[in-house]
Design a protein around this ligand. Structure first.
Ligand SMILES: [Zn+2]
Length: 307
C-alpha cells in the first residue's frame, strides 16, 4: 500500500514537474526547407504578368498592380491579415502590401520586406521578383507550420523602390511616433538569385548579421559584408528611423573579382547580374542554387529571430 501510494505521488510529482518544464522551455522547431520549385513558380507568374502588361511590373503600371494582387491572394488564402497602403509618386498611385501573421508580441515586431516593383525596362525577375517570391514562400511556410512565435511577424512588399525607396519611406514616415520602436528588426531582400552570384550579408547590425553568417558557415559557404548596395534599398528608411536592419544580396552591376569567383564559382570579370535593370532580367536570369540557399536562409532567420 505504502509503496503504491508513494509511487502514485512520485508519478504525480514527475508529471507536474514535466509540465512545468514544458511551459518554461518551449521547444523551438527548426525552420523548414523552402521548396525552390514553389519560388520559381512564383517567378514564372511574375514573368507572365510582365509579358501580359507591356513587359514590366513598374510603379504606376498595370503589371505592378497585378503583381500585388497575385501575392496578396496567396497571403489572404493562407490566413494572413493583409493591407494595401496607398501613396502617390511621380503623379501615379503606388501601393505597399503589408501582411501580418496573427499573434505574437505587438511590441516586438520582426519584419521582412522586399520591393515588388520592377524598372520600366524589363520584367524585374531577379530585381526584385526574387526577394518578393522568397519572402512570400517563407510567409506561406509560417502559415503551413502554424508558427506561434513569441514576437509578431510582418511581411511587406514595397512599391516604387526604383524611384528612391518611395514606398518603404512612405511606410516608415506614416508610422505613429511609438511604432518604429516596436519594430524589433527589419530584414531586407533585394536581388537573391543573381546569375553570377555572390553571397553578401548586410553588416549593419552584428546580431542580425550573425544569424545569416552562421547559417552559411554551417554550409561551408563564404559570405562577405554587403557594401555594394549599402543604403540603396528599402532598409535605409528603417535604419534612419533607428530600427536595426539586416538582409541578403547576391550582387548587381558590380564585377565579380577573381577572389570572389574562387570562393563562389561563376565568372570573374563579369557583373554579378549582367541583366541588372535591363530587358533580359527574365526567369532565365536566375541562379537556382543562390535563390534556393538565400530563401532557406530567410526561413531560418525568421524562425530564429521571432521565437
Ligand atoms: Zn532592387
Amino acid at each position: 500500500m505504502l509503496a503504491a501510494g508513494t509511487g502514485a505521488a512520485l508519478a504525480a510529482a514527475l508529471l507536474s514537474g514535466a509540465s512545468a518544464a514544458d511551459a518554461t522551455v518551449p521547444t523551438r522547431a527548426a525552420a523548414p526547407d523552402i521548396d525552390i520549385a514553389a519560388v520559381k513558380a512564383d517567378l514564372g507568374e511574375l514573368q507572365s504578368i510582365a509579358d501580359e502588361n507591356g513587359g514590366n511590373r513598374a510603379h504606376g503600371e498595370a503589371g505592378y498592380e497585378k503583381s500585388l494582387d497575385f501575392i496578396k491572394g496567396k497571403l489572404d488564402e493562407a490566413g494572413f491579415t493583409t493591407s494595401v497602403q496607398e501613396f502617390t509618386s511621380g503623379g501615379a498611385k503606388g501601393y505597399n502590401l503589408v501582411a501580418d501573421w496573427p499573434g505574437g508580441d505587438d511590441g516586438k515586431v520582426v519584419m521582412a520586406g522586399s520591393h515588388l516593383d520592377s524598372v520600366q525596362a524589363g520584367p524585374g525577375i531577379n530585381d526584385n521578383g526574387s526577394g518578393s517570391a522568397a519572402i512570400l514562400e517563407v510567409a506561406l511556410a509560417v502559415a503551413k507550420a502554424n508558427l506561434q512565435p513569441a514576437k509578431h511577424l510582418r511581411f511587406a512588399w514595397w512599391g516604387d523602390e526604383e524611384d528612391g525607396m518611395v514606398g518603404s519611406t512612405h511606410y516608415v514616415d506614416s508610422l505613429a511616433s511609438d511604432e518604429a520602436s516596436k519594430i524589433d528588426s527589419y530584414l531586407n531582400f533585394d536581388m537573391l538569385g543573381s546569375p553570377n552570384p555572390g553571397y553578401f550579408v548586410y553588416d549593419d547590425d552584428p546580431e542580425l548579421e550573425k544569424v545569416f553568417t552562421d547559417w552559411y558557415a554551417a554550409k561551408d559557404i563564404a559570405t562577405e559584408p554587403e557594401t555594394e548596395g549599402d543604403g540603396r534599398s528599402d532598409h535605409a528608411p528603417f535604419k534612419d528611423a533607428g530600427v536595426r536592419v539586416g538582409g541578403l544580396f547576391s550582387g548587381a552591376e558590380t564585377t565579380k573579382s577573381q577572389a570572389q569567383a574562387d570562393q563562389w564559382g561563376g565568372t570573374a570579370g563579369e557583373a554579378f547580374d549582367p541583366c541588372y535593370h535591363s530587358a533580359c532580367d527574365t526567369v532565365s536570369n536566375i541562379d537556382d542554387k543562390a535563390l534556393d540557399l538565400n530563401t532557406d536562409a530567410i526561413a531560418h532567420a525568421i524562425w530564429e529571430l521571432s521565437s
